[in-house]
Each structure stands twice: as structure tokens, then as C-alpha cells.
Design a protein around this ligand. Structure first.
Ligand code: AMP
Length: 565
């Protein structure tokens, strides 16, 4: 496809990557200048108007610690956080936009056509605010963010889940059901997700993980082992782990050894410190023995996410898909195969997320063209989804598009037919008085509820003749729902005003929560006395930036100049 390519971007915590679908229909990473496939997600501010990104910024991270912003993804959605440097303060979307700008600029420099329309990936556990912050980052970078997609879903698509870009299914037959466990072990985080294809929809069923667990923990275990060996050999020498530079060097040595042991069974490691040098033989068996506890922790989390999926009625498991550099350790696939008894697949673990986003981007591009075709023929209304069309009209539109772009009609039909949907990543509710008269959270929508959601619940006024009711919409703060007011985030607040007198305390207020596939929450509150005037709030999150801030930041980002490192 050439018309309106929608690129896929993996905006990662440590690395970012951009991909597209090529003419043969396969996703491929767009090389960056210098031939790299990924860009370190690091920004170095060198003055009020200049910055450097990527590898040169990462290299200077230690020397210019105060001016280097890394791991900004962890700050997305935190509206109060700012990176303060060179007399300016940057929000997380602003810093992220510089990474995106560098990524698309580099890709264009390396020969790709200019990139405008993109799909950006987000962790499945990202809430509404983090997703909005991600879209904002794209907008600051001058991109049109067609959609965001959950990382495990994108990874699954790139592994051929749901045969998203294949001709494999027979026309007219319902897509088969399929369930995958996506096991994503990176450098510093672990995410494990159950993804399901059912009823022509790909959705995340359950999410778990540990954001303090990753390849760096394996490195630490190895470094500790090496320092013990060193001290056994030289009992009077200083412990290399007691010296920050030596410890850093030992960790790098450990990481190198770990990577080598993914390809062979044995290696040797040199440790030099305090005037002594030791060569230690180190085998894959040693590595696996030292780190079995870490691997078991990931297996426990995998079991727990499968248990969560079972409570949602998803009992089948067809395959395990490995993502993240650390999943290259052979012990990972072996242990999971033994535990789960299903095929475990490892392919492009670092690039799978970006490639899957590109496949989803292609779907969006095709869908857009099919929709435009159907609308232009008056077969659906503007704004409707393809399934609103009569099946024969949809089939004809797919055939026309296929002919125009040299694709098979089956592929176009399948691409349009299979939908990617989300579950709710956090609970949402309102504040109400509990039976002790304390304000507490009442959740109407719960984590892992399937989108779209529509829930109604009745609350009562607290006073006779109450003329104003304030509705506070809240989002679950931590990993579990807690009714405590300190544990939730108020994301919107609005008043029902002008209630006429004469209504006693306890008069019902009907609250309805609706959340669409886009994750946007619409809250309606209706008081009996104002039956024809419901209060409607579309959630603009309070912790997000105000519109004025957004405009100011967008301008500030636009004025910045990128320097080569
Ligand atoms: P990267 O994918 O390079 O960001 O690395 C993420 C994590 O994966 C780091 O902890 C790396 O040490 C680890 N990693 C990358 N490649 C391998 C490999 N071949 N074997 C084991 N771990 C790896």
C-alpha cells in the first residue's frame, strides 16, 4: 500500500522504534540514520533551545546527569511532573515528543518518506491519562496519531496472531478463536498479558507484571557471583561491588556474559580490581542456577495472569509469545514450555511491538479507504464503522480496494473485519458518602471490564432541598481498587445546578458511565427534578495539562532545535 501509510511506533522506556508494512504486506522496521533499528529514548538538553537525542545523549547521561532525561515513559500521565533544565520545565509529553521527532526525523533522513500518520504503542496497564499523554506527545511532534494500541496486542499481531495480515481464512467463515500469553521481559520491566481473539475481536483479557523486574536483575545476580569468586581468590582485596566504578564495570561484564550464554553453553569472564585479575569460567548452567528465583517469579506472575483470565471465562491457551531482549535467554522458553505445555515462540523480540503497530496502522489505513468508499456510495453514514454496511456492500468495497492496491480481496476483508479492542485498564467510579458519612469511592467500571461499557447506578442526595450536586469522577490509583479517597485520582468534577426546591434527601441521581472502544469516558448524571437536563461530562482529566499549557508547550517544543551529538 502506498496511499496514506500509517506507521507503527514503539515509544519504549529505554528504546524506541518505527516500522511500516512493505509492498509485500510484511511489517519491517524503518532503519534510522547510521543503520540502527532502534533509538535510545534519551534526551539531553544542551541549552534553552537545543537538545540531543538517542545514542549520543545516552553516552553523555552520566557526565551531564542533570540535563539528561531518560525513562520519561514512567512519568507519562503524571501532570505535575516536569523535567527542569536550562531554565525551562518540560512535561513528559513534551520530552517524549522530542524522542518521536528524532525518530521520525532520523527515519526520513535514512530514506523513508516523511512520516505523518502513526499508531503509537502503550503498555496495556496504561490508564486514560497515560494514553492521552502519549497522543499529546505525538501531536507535539507534529504527527497525526491515528490510534494507540496495547503493546502485547501489537506484539501478538506481529507474531501472526489473528492472521491479521494473511489470506489464510476462507471468505465468509468466522475468524477462529485463539488465546496467547504475551511474556515481555525487558531490561527493567516485566509484563505478562493474556490476549484473545474471539468473535472477530482481538482484546487484552488480563494484565500482570512487575515493573521492578528485568534483565538488570539477572546482571546483578551474576555480578554478585563474580565478586564472591574474586574475593574467594583474593581475600584481602577490596570488594569490586564496594566501588561504584568497579561495580558498574562488573555489571557490564555480567551483562555481556549473560548475552553470550544465550548462544553458547560456556564462557569465561575476566574480573580486574584492586591490582588483581581473575578469569572465571561461567556456564549457562551457572547462570540458570543463580537466577532461577528470578525466572520463577515471572512464572508465578504468568500463572496469576492466566488465573485472572480464567475468572473472565478464558480457559484456553494456544501459544506463548516472547517479547523483550531478556526473553532470549533459553531458560525462559524452556521453563514456560514445561510449565504451560503449549508452543513458545521467539521471533524478533525487540522489534515485535513496532512491527505489530505497523500492521495495525495498515489496518487503519485500509479501513479508512473502505469507509470512504462506502460513504461515497451512500452505503453507510459518515462516522459509522464498516460492520454497519450490508455484507454484500462491504465485500464489494473490499474487492474494489484490493484491485486498486494489488492486494487480495480476502486480505482486505479480513483486515477490516478483525477489530482490535481494549479492556478497561483501571477502575472508574464516583465519590459518594458511605454509611459512616465519609466520602469514599464507588466503582462503576472495573479493571479488565470489556469495552464498550455502559453501567448505570443510582445514588441519593444528602439533604432536603439540595440545589447543587457535585459529581466527582475518580480513577483507581494503584493496582487494586480501593474505596479510600486517598487511593483514587479525581479525574473530573462537575455540578448539577439549579435543582428546584421540594426534593427530599435521598432523591435518586442516576449516574451512567459509558466508555467506548477509544477509552473515552462519558459520565451522565440525572436528577429527577431536572429530568430533561442531564449533566454530561466527557472526561478531560484534571491532572492532564490545561489547554493553555498544551498550547504553550507545543510552541516551545516547536521552537527547539535538534543538534547532532
Ligand atoms: P535491549 O533489548 O537491548 O534493550 O535489552 C533489554 C534487556 O534484554 C537487557 O537486560 C539485556 O541484557 C537483555 N538482552 C538483550 N539481548 C539478550 C540476549 N541475547 N540474551 C540475554 N539477554 C539479552
Amino acid at each position: 500500500m502506498n496511499a496514506g501509510v500509517v506507521y507503527g511506533i514503539d515509544l519504549g522506556t529505554t528504546y524506541s522504534c518505527v516500522a511500516r508494512v512493505n509492498r509485500s504486506g510484511d511489517p519491517e522496521v524503518v532503519p534510522l540514520s547510521g543503520g540502527a533499528t532502534t533509538l535510545p529514548s534519551v534526551v539531553l538538553f544542551v541549552g534553552p533551545d537545543d537538545y540531543i537525542t538517542g545514542e549520543p545523549a545516552r553516552r553523555l547521561a552520566r557526565a551531564r546527569a542533570d540535563d539528561v532525561c531518560a525513562l520519561v515513559k514512567r512519568r507519562m500521565g503524571d501532570g505535575d511532573w516536569r523535567f527542569v533544565t536550562c531554565g525551562r520545565a518540560w512535561s513528559a509529553p513534551a520530552v517524549s515528543s522530542l524522542i518521536l521527532r528524532a525518530l521520525v526525523g532520523d527515519a526520513a533522513f535514512a530514506g523513508a518518506e516523511s512520516i505523518r500518520d502513526v499508531v503509537i504503542t502503550v503498555p496495556a496497564y496504561f490508564g486514560d491519562e497515560e494514553r492521552r499523554a502519549t497522543v499529546l506527545a505525538g501531536q507535539y511532534a507534529g504527527l497525526s496519531v491515528v490510534d494507540v494500541i496495547n503493546e502485547p496486542t501489537a506484539a501478538a499481531l506481529s507474531y501472526g496472531f489473528a492472521r491479521f495480515n494473511s489470506d489464510a481464512s476462507v471468505a465468509g467463515r468466522t475468524a477462529q478463536e485463539e488465546v496467547a500469553l504475551v511474556y515481555d521481559l525487558g531490561g527493567g520491566t516485566f509484563d505478562v498479558t493474556v490476549v484473545e481473539l474471539a468473535d472477530r475481536r482481538v482484546s487484552v483479557v488480563a494484565v500482570d507484571g512487575d515493573h521492578q523486574l528485568g534483565g538488570a536483575d539477572w546482571d546483578e545476580k551474576i555480578a554478585l557471583h563474580l565478586s564472591r569468586q574474586f574475593l574467594d581468590a583474593y581475600p584481602d582485596a577490596e570488594d569490586p561491588l564496594d566501588d561504584s566504578e568497579a561495580a558498574q564495570a562488573l555489571l557490564l561484564t555480567a551483562e555481556r556474559a549473560k548475552r553470550e550464554l544465550s548462544d553458547r553453553a560456556e564462557t569465561t569472564v575476566g574480573v580486574e580490581h584492586d591490582g588483581h585479575a581473575l578469569t572465571v569460567p561461567f556456564s549457562r548452567n551457572d547462570l540458570e542456577r543463580l537466577t532461577s528465583g528470578l525466572l520463577e517469579r515471572t512464572v508465578t506472575l504468568a500463572r496469576s495472569v492466566l488465573a485472572a483470565a480464567r475468572t473472565r471465562g478464558v480457559t484456553q491457551l494456544d501459544r506463548v509469545l516472547l517479547v523483550g531482549g531478556s526473553s532470549r535467554m533459553p531458560a525462559v522458553a524452556r521453563r514456560l514450555a514445561a510449565e504451560l505445555g503449549v508452543p513458545v515462540e521467539l521471533r524478533d523480540p525487540d522489534l515485535a511491538v513496532a512491527k505489530g503497530a505497523a500492521l495495525y496502522g495498515e489496518k487503519k489505513a485500509i479501513e479508512r479507504l473502505v469507509l470512504a468508499d462506502l460513504v461515497s456510495r451512500g452505503q453507510i453514514l459518515d462516522g459509522a464503522q464498516p460492520d454497519a454496511a450490508a455484507p454484500e456492500d462491504l465485500a464489494a468495497a473490499c474487492r474494489r480496494l484490493a484491485a486498486a492496491f494489488g492486494l487480495t480481496a480476502e486480505r482486505v476483508r479480513r483486515t477490516v473485519e478483525v477489530q482490535v479492542v481494549n479492556v478497561v485498564s483501571r477502575g472508574f467510579g464516583v465519590l459518594a458518602l458511605d454509611r459512616f458519612g465519609e466520602r469514599s469511592a464507588v466503582f462503576l467500571v472495573h479493571r479488565n471490564d470489556r469495552l464498550p461499557v455502559a453501567v448505570r447506578r443510582s445514588f441519593g442526595t444528602v439533604r432536603d432541598d439540595q440545589d447543587v450536586v457535585t459529581v466527582h469522577v475518580v480513577e483507581q490509583g494503584g493496582g487494586v481498587e480501593s474505596t479510600r479517597i486517598d487511593d483514587v485520582k479525581i479525574i473530573a468534577q462537575a455540578d448539577i445546578t439549579g435543582i428546584p426546591p421540594g426534593f427530599p434527601a435521598g432523591t435518586p441521581i442516576e449516574i451512567t458511565f459509558r466508555m467506548g472502544f477509544d477509552g473515552i469516558l462519558e459520565v451522565t448524571a440525572l436528577h429527577e427534578g431536572l429530568a430533561d437536563q442531564p449533566l454530561t461530562v466527557r472526561v478531560e482529566t484534571s491532572a492532564a495539562l490545561s489547554q493553555a499549557d498544551v498550547a504553550r508547550e507545543r510552541d516551545a517544543v516547536a521552537r527547539l532545535r535538534r543538534r547532532e551529538g
